[in-house]
Write a protein that binds this ligand. Structure first.
Ligand code: AMP
Length: 619
């Protein structure tokens, strides 16, 4: 009798033949792959030719949507209605992308700088999530056509540096396309998996993934230990790639043909045509030493070496990023045991050579560099489907996460570079008697004052039973799951009331901003420490002032007039000191008040005990 597996989580009959696809949702191109006869395979177009689906969506005048190759054809003729590079906008606000707006040929809406960007196409508005969903839908259909069945489950890859918002946005796009996104996987991790790196749990190694695509460059250093992938560091340039090679080569071609490059390239249509031609020449130069081509009616000959000279500064920039990534991971090139090449531009022979020289070893390049991430996503999908031993994929938090405490201080709960998944908690209390609500404001960043960090969201823990200040025990838990999604929960432990949010912040961070925030935290470290020390002294003063007033009220009868007036004057001095900027002055006033009141407090306590004893009858 056949066994019928039951999915315990959902209580449904599990279909063991469910296919989970792996999707590389790229900036320029996307791909979908699955495991066929035990091996990962990228699904091609209906003609069985191309695996790449250009990540482009075009809107026709009658409101129809075209995705992929058909949309790419409209890039030059109708740029305003042809949306490309939407991945650059995922999880971003207008403010995040304002300075790169010129890059986009279409209209990005600037309505509210804090909210997520929208794209305007004629009189309709779209979010990057909706547009990404269209690309995913096209990939889903492609897989359904190939496999002849409905596809509802997928693994989608994202860059290792994607933050919570960007990962969440990607997940949402999947859901919108009718896909249950079982896991979001880092692109470099997928690339390693495609080569089978990390599948042997007894083997530990440190690898580098060098990813040079059409428009972006990323270098990631991964440590793989017992089947766990840990991102040690990432670096890159979000505007460096094969497109830049095309631009430089287009200039060279025009120059050789005797034209003034700037003049010719300033005409949009001609400029685009020449760049497309340059791209063809570039590709040809990857396999030939010399290429002849015709530029605006003139025959031009280009040597591979000339092209290499043109792009040399760009190659240098990628290697500087590699050096920075190694520095961040506190490693030397020799510590890297394997190097994996990803992205179409790594087909350029000099790139392969220079990367090999830099790391001192031959990189893995046997798989198609355009397909390697999607192939790895399919391997991960297969692991999730239970066809291979499950592997944990680990990531790190790029910036510290914490909450705002009294006086606007940042209290870090999960430090930067923590491995995820992670759970961390801390207890807090109230600062005012009878306080019923507590605001939990969540921030990301390295500075001591929250005002310098980035707010991710906030919520109110309400319904705290009235208690004296300091008595409620409020536990705040930060949980980051394997996909990097943050959930924050607050719970008053005495009463059990609880509130939680999944952080879906209003906008994300660009890589540049992340770097700036880190730099700021270093350059302002001394100043921040002083500000924090002053604020902490003020907080302590505030607590003592309240306690002092309470003490005076409760012991009105047992304290002498002199004692009362001394306490009052010490409280006034403390209050004055707390208004000032001198933390030592506040500390001195705190000390003076403590020194004077401690013996009085002991005396009062003794009196209470004596009173209690007197009331007791011993029979
Ligand atoms: P990707 O974003 O990974 O799809 O990479 C696309 C980039 O790779 C584009 O800039 C292509 O021009 C470039 N590319 C593709 N094939 C080659 C090749 N044979 N030689 C040089 N560059 C290539």
């Amino acid at each position: 009798m056949p066994l019928i597996p039951i999915n315990m989580r959902e209580g449904t009959l599990a279909r063991s033949d469910d296919v989970i696809v792996g999707i590389d949702l790229g900036t320029t191109n996307s791909l979908v792959a699955y495991i066929k006869d035990g091996k990962p395979y990228c699904i091609r177009d209906a003609a069985g030719k191309h695996a790449l689906v250009p990540s482009i969506v075009h809107f026709t005048p009658d409101g129809q949507m075209l995705v992929g190759d058909a949309a790419r054809e409209k890039l030059v003729s109708d740029p305003a209605n042809t949306i490309y590079s939407v991945k650059r906008l995922m999880g971003k606000s207008y403010r995040d992308v304002a300075d790169i707006q010129d890059f986009f040929g279409y209209q990005i809406l600037d309505d509210n700088t804090e909210s997520l960007v929208k794209i305007r196409v004629r009189d309709r508005f779209f979010t990057p999530i909706e547009l990404s969903a269209e690309i995913l839908r096209a990939l889903k259909q492609r897989a359904e056509r190939e496999l002849g069945r409905a596809i509802t489950k997928a693994v989608i890859t994202v860059p290792a540096y994607f933050n919570d918002n960007q990962r969440q946005a990607t997940r949402d796009a999947g859901r919108l396309a009718g896909l249950d996104v079982l896991r979001i996987v880092n692109e470099p991790t997928a690339a390693a998996l495609a080569y089978g790196i990390g599948l042997d749990p007894t083997h530990s190694e440190t690898i580098a993934v060098y990813d040079l695509g059409g428009g972006t460059f990323d270098i990631s250093i991964l440590k793989i230990h017992q089947g766990i992938f840990e991102v040690l560091s990432t670096h890159g340039d979000t505007f460096l790639g094969g497109d830049d090679f095309d631009r430089l080569l287009a200039q060279l071609l025009l120059q050789k043909a005797g034209f003034t490059a700037d003049v010719v390239l300033s005409d949009k249509a001609i400029g685009q045509a020449i760049r497309l031609q340059a791209e063809r020449v570039k590709k040809a130069l990857s396999s030939s030493e010399v290429v002849d081509t015709e530029v605006l009616g003139k025959t031009v000959r280009v040597q591979r070496e000339e092209f290499e000279q043109q792009i040399e500064p760009l190659i240098q920039r990628t290697l500087e990023c590699c050096a920075s990534a190694l520095r961040d991971a506190r490693l030397q090139p020799a510590d890297i045991e394997k190097v994996v090449l990803v992205g179409g531009s790594t087909r350029v022979p000099i790139i392969k050579r220079r990367v090999a020289e830099f790391f001192g070893r031959t990189p893995f390049d046997s798989l198609d560099p355009d397909e390697v991430v999607a192939l790895g996503a399919a391997v991960q999908a297969d692991i999730l489907a239970g066809n291979q031993r499950d592997l944990l994929l680990l990531d790190v938090t790029p910036l510290s996460l914490g909450i705002e405490t009294l006086g606007g201080l940042m209290d870090v709960i999960i430090p930067r570079n923590s491995k995820i998944p992670i759970r961390a908690s801390r207890q807090y209390t109230t600062s005012v008697d009878g306080q019923k609500n507590l605001k939990i404001a969540v921030y990301q960043g390295e500075r001591d004052l929250v005002q310098h960090n980035r707010k991710l969201g906030e919520f109110i823990l309400s319904g705290i039973p009235p208690m004296p200040a300091g008595l409620p025990k409020i536990e705040v838990v930060f949980l980051i799951n394997a996909d990097g999604i943050l959930t924050v929960r607050a719970r008053e432990l005495r009463s059990g009331i609880e509130q939680q949010i999944e952080i879906r912040p209003a906008y994300g961070l660009t890589e540049e901003e992340m770097a700036r925030m880190l730099m700021d935290s270093i350059t302002h470290a001394a100043e921040d420490m002083q500000v924090r020390a002053l604020q902490e002294a003020r907080n302590e003063a505030q607590t003592l002032l309240l306690a002092g007033e309470k003490f005076l009220q409760q012991n009105d009868l047992s304290l002498s007039e002199i004692e009362k007036s001394t306490i009052r004057s010490l409280l006034t001095s403390l209050q004055e000191a707390a208004k000032g900027e001198d933390k030592d002055c506040i500390q001195t006033a705190i000390q003076a008040l403590n020194d004077y009141t401690t013996p009085l407090a002991h005396r009062a306590m003794d009196a209470v005990i004596q009173e209690a004893m007197r009331g007791k009858k011993i029979s």
